[in-house]
Design a protein around this ligand. Structure first.
Ligand code: ASP
Length: 335
C-alpha cells in the first residue's frame, strides 16, 4: 500500500497535438501545424500554475511529438509504458498527458484498459488537449492544462479522465463530436462526470473508476511489434459484402492478415443483409467480429436477432481497441 503522505509530484507527459500547435498568424485557428511546442514550454508559460500546484512538484517529459491523427500502436504502447513507470513511483500522485483531440478518446480508453487498476484507483491519469494552437489570439490550451493540473492536485480523481473546456469525462464514454468548437467532446448518454470552475472541481457523478478489465493487463505484451490487425467497417445505404471480403482475402500482398472486424451498424446494430452475410462468412473462417453502432448516443441492445457479439456499449473505435487487446492477450496465452 502506498503512503499518501509521500505522493507529492505531478508528472506531465507531452505527446503533441494542437495544444502544442503553431500557426503563422494569430487569427488562424485551423491552418496550423500540430505538435510544434515542447511540453516544458507549455508549462513554463502557464499563468497561475504555482498557485494551483500549491507545493506539489511538477516534472515534464516529451514522450511523443505528434499530430494525434498519426498515432499508431507503438505510440500508444510507448505512452502506456511511460505512464506506468511514472505511476509506479511512490512520489508521483498522478499524471497529466497533453494530447491531440483527434484520437484522444482512443488513447484514453487504451490507457484505461492496460494500466494497473490498483494504481489508477489512487493516481489519476488526466488527458487534456486544445482546439486552438498556442499562437491563437485566444488559445484554449492553457486553461485546459491548468484545469487538468487542478484536477490531479485535488486528489479527487481516479482512473483515466479527460479534461476539455471545463468538463471532466470518463475514458469509456468520451467522444470527439465537433471538428471546430472549443467544447469538442461529449460523453453521450452518460454525460460528463463533472466540471472545473475557477479552480474548483464540481462532480456531477461519482468519479467511479469505470470499465476496467477484469484482470490486470500484462504490460510486457505492449512490447509486441506485430499488433493484430482489426479494421472498422460501416453499414450504410447500399452496403455490400465486398469490403469485408476484400479485407479478409488471404492473398493481400504486403498487408498483415485481418484478425478482427468491428462493424458500425445502423441504429440498434442493424446491418444490410449482404454485409451481414459476408461478416458471418468471415466469422466462420476465424475472424473475430464485433457489432457496434454508428449512432453517437446509446448502445446496441441485444435483440437475439444477430449472431454477432455486441461491443458492450463501446463506440466502434473503442470496440476496435478492446478487440485488439483481446486478440493480443489470447494469442499470448494460446501461442
Ligand atoms: N489534429 C490535431 C491532433 O489531433 C487536432 C487537435 O489536437 O485538436 O493532434
Amino acid at each position: 500500500m502506498l503512503d499518501k503522505k509521500i505522493l507529492k509530484n505531478l508528472v506531465i507527459l507531452g505527446t503533441g497535438g494542437t495544444i502544442a500547435g503553431a500557426a503563422n498568424s494569430a487569427s488562424d485557428n485551423v491552418g496550423y501545424l500540430a505538435a510544434q511546442v515542447g511540453v516544458e514550454s507549455l508549462i513554463a508559460s502557464l499563468p497561475g500554475l504555482s498557485e494551483r500546484l500549491g507545493g506539489t512538484g511538477v516534472c515534464t517529459e516529451q514522450v511523443r511529438q505528434l499530430d494525434s491523427k498519426d498515432m499508431d500502436w507503438a505510440d500508444l504502447a510507448a505512452i502506456a509504458v511511460r505512464a506506468h513507470d511514472c505511476l509506479a513511483r511512490p512520489d508521483v500522485m498522478g499524471l497529466v498527458i497533453t494530447h491531440g483531440t483527434d484520437t484522444l478518446e482512443e488513447t484514453a480508453f487504451f490507457l484505461s484498459q492496460v494500466l494497473p487498476a490498483d494504481l489508477l484507483a489512487i493516481k489519476p491519469v488526466i488527458l487534456t488537449c486544445a482546439m486552438r494552437p498556442v499562437t491563437s489570439m485566444t488559445p484554449d490550451g492553457p486553461q485546459n492544462l491548468l484545469d487538468a493540473v487542478t484536477l490531479t492536485v485535488s486528489g479527487a480523481g481516479s482512473g483515466v479522465l479527460v479534461v476539455c473546456a471545463g468538463n471532466i469525462h470518463a475514458a469509456r464514454d468520451v467522444q470527439k463530436v465537433h471538428p471546430y468548437r472549443l467544447n469538442a467532446f461529449d460523453s453521450g448518454d452518460a454525460g460528463p462526470l463533472g466540471c472545473i470552475e475557477e479552480g474548483e472541481v464540481r462532480w456531477q457523478h461519482d468519479c467511479a473508476f469505470v470499465n476496467r478489465r477484469s484482470a490486470d493487463w500484462d504490460m510486457d505484451l505492449l512490447r509486441e511489434t506485430a499488433w493484430p490487425r482489426v479494421e472498422v467497417v460501416m453499414n450504410h445505404v447500399g452496403a455490400s459484402g465486398a469490403i469485408v471480403r476484400s479485407l479478409c482475402a488471404r492473398s493481400t500482398v504486403g498487408d498483415s492478415e485481418v484478425s478482427g472486424l468491428v462493424v458500425a451498424g445502423t441504429g440498434n446494430g442493424t446491418l444490410h443483409h449482404a454485409l451481414e452475410l459476408a461478416l458471418l462468412e468471415v466469422q466462420k473462417q476465424g475472424v473475430r467480429v464485433v457489432l457496434s453502432t454508428r449512432c453517437a448516443y446509446g448502445q446496441v441492445i441485444p435483440s437475439g436477432l444477430s449472431a454477432l457479439p455486441h461491443a458492450n456499449g463501446l463506440s466502434p473505435v473503442k470496440a476496435r481497441i478492446a478487440l485488439t487487446l483481446d486478440i493480443l492477450a489470447s494469442r499470448a496465452k494460446h501461442g
